[in-house]
Design a protein around this ligand. Structure first.
Ligand code: COS
Length: 383
């Protein structure tokens, strides 16, 4: 893969480390896994021993750079998603589930939770979505009532990646239900807390541990609050600002794989006496796929680079990257399936797996429709 000017020598090295790791340790098990949970835990262990999880926390807590380097997160997701959606998810969740602590946790919370995340000894989760609050975050109904030295948490969270696997959850709940988004707060909740219930595991169209969890009179220490009461909405948005670029990077990894598979297949497959790649109709498809892929990569790494250069907010850039890259990847993968013909829909073929894996990326961490809204609002504000 050609490296872009946004990268330093360290990024070049990381790109090749991830490629080797993905080929050696992840690819052999990439196709449909009946033992998803065991494989997910195994992937965490492998990523930790390869040092990849150190990229999700700051240097002071076992990481590799003073602040999270978003280009590195993107390169890792891009490289993992090229071979396995599950590996990508497990890496991403260690970041998404711990970043609110990096962003707003007290020194004690950072020391307690971040080093085990980097060592793969603790699995993290991000519990925002509820049955009645998906795109509309301020509609969250879970409550956290302050009682002396603790909070009592009650509510249901659904579509929570790592539900049942995670050792701790960053949970968003209302401390002041009358205040809309300003009444939302964020907490660290350990899975061992009495009142925490794994309600149901959900089976998605592609491998991804996810489910619904409940908090029933769950008492959490007061010092597990992240930031101040009422800061939950901003913590969630600032976390999504960083991680939406990385979702886009995962989409780029899947699309790169689809294009590679399509290029190889179209040169191998002979119809009407010549390889498919000699037909102009196929060449047009390949050209469109490659162009969209390049445009997506540029948006992703531009957004990441801008954040790494210290921009306070990259809301518009990360939403553009997520919106464009996930939609483009869906089109690229669909064309790769089309080029493969019948082989493309055979269960277990690479492009068939990608076709299922890409779909959720246009939905999670903000649907494409929400990204359009965010981009338009930023434009209208003059950002
Ligand atoms: N960074 C910092 N602050 C932000 C922000 C960001 N990216 N986006 C919004 N805010 C602030 C606003 O500035 C506003 O601040 P004030 O209270 O000072 O006015 C506040 O947050 C509320 O913002 P807004 O009015 O835009 O909120 P809305 O309720 O209209 O919601 C959307 C905005 C739709 C963009 C938000 O709810 C969203 O991103 N939804 C998708 C959620 C999602 O991704 N879910 C997936 C779950 S994770 S798998």
């Amino acid at each position: 893969m050609e490296l872009l000017p946004f990268f330093t020598e360290k990024h070049r090295e990381l790109e090749s480390t991830v490629r080797q790791f993905a080929e050696r340790d992840v690819a052999p098990c990439a196709v449909e896994d009946e033992h998803e949970e065991a494989r997910a835990r195994e992937l965490i262990r492998l990523m930790a021993s390869a040092g990849l999880l150190r990229y999700v926390v700051p240097e002071a807590y076992g990481g590799l750079s003073p602040r999270l380097d978003v280009r590195s997160l993107c390169l890792i997701r891009d490289g993992l998603a090229y071979v396995s959606g599950l590996a990508d998810t497990m890496f991403a969740m260690q970041g998404l589930g711990s970043y609110p602590i990096t962003l707003a946790g007290s020194e004690a919370l950072k020391r307690r939770y971040l080093p085990p995340v980097a060592r793969g000894e603790a699995i993290a989760a991000f519990a925002l979505t509820e049955p009645e609050a998906g795109s509309d975050v301020s509609a969250i109904q879970a409550t956290a009532n302050r009682m002396d030295d603790r909070y009592e948490l009650n509510g249901i969270k659904t579509f929570i990646s790592n539900a049942g696997l995670a050792d701790f959850y960053v949970v968003f709940a209302k401390t002041d239900p009358g205040q809309g988004h300003r009444g939302l707060s964020a907490f660290v909740v350990e899975a061992s807390t009495p009142g925490f219930v794994l309600d149901e595991k959900l089976a998605l169209i592609a491998s991804h541990p996810i489910g619904r969890v409940k908090f029933e009179r769950c008492h959490i220490p007061r010092d597990h609050l992240l930031g101040e009461e009422g800061e939950g909405f901003k913590i969630a948005m600032q976390t999504l600002d960083v991680f939406r670029s990385t979702v886009a990077a995962a989409a780029v990894g899947m699309a790169r794989r689809a294009l590679d598979e399509a290029l190889a297949y179209s040169q191998r497959r002979v119809q009407f006496g010549r390889p498919l790649a000699e037909f102009q109709g196929i060449q047009f498809k390949l050209a469109e796929m490659a162009t969209e892929l390049e445009a997506a990569r540029l948006l992703v790494y531009r957004a990441a680079w801008k954040k790494d250069r210290g921009a306070a907010r990259v809301t518009r850039e990360s939403s553009m990257a997520k919106f464009y890259a996930t939609e483009a990847a869906q089109r690229i993968i669909d064309q790769a399936v089309q080029i493969h013909g019948g082989q493309g829909v055979v269960r277990g073929s690479v492009v068939e797996r990608l076709y299922r894996e890409i779909r959720a990326l246009r939905i999670y961490e903000g649907t494409s429709e929400i990204q359009r809204i965010v981009i338009a609002r930023e434009l209208l504000k003059g950002c």
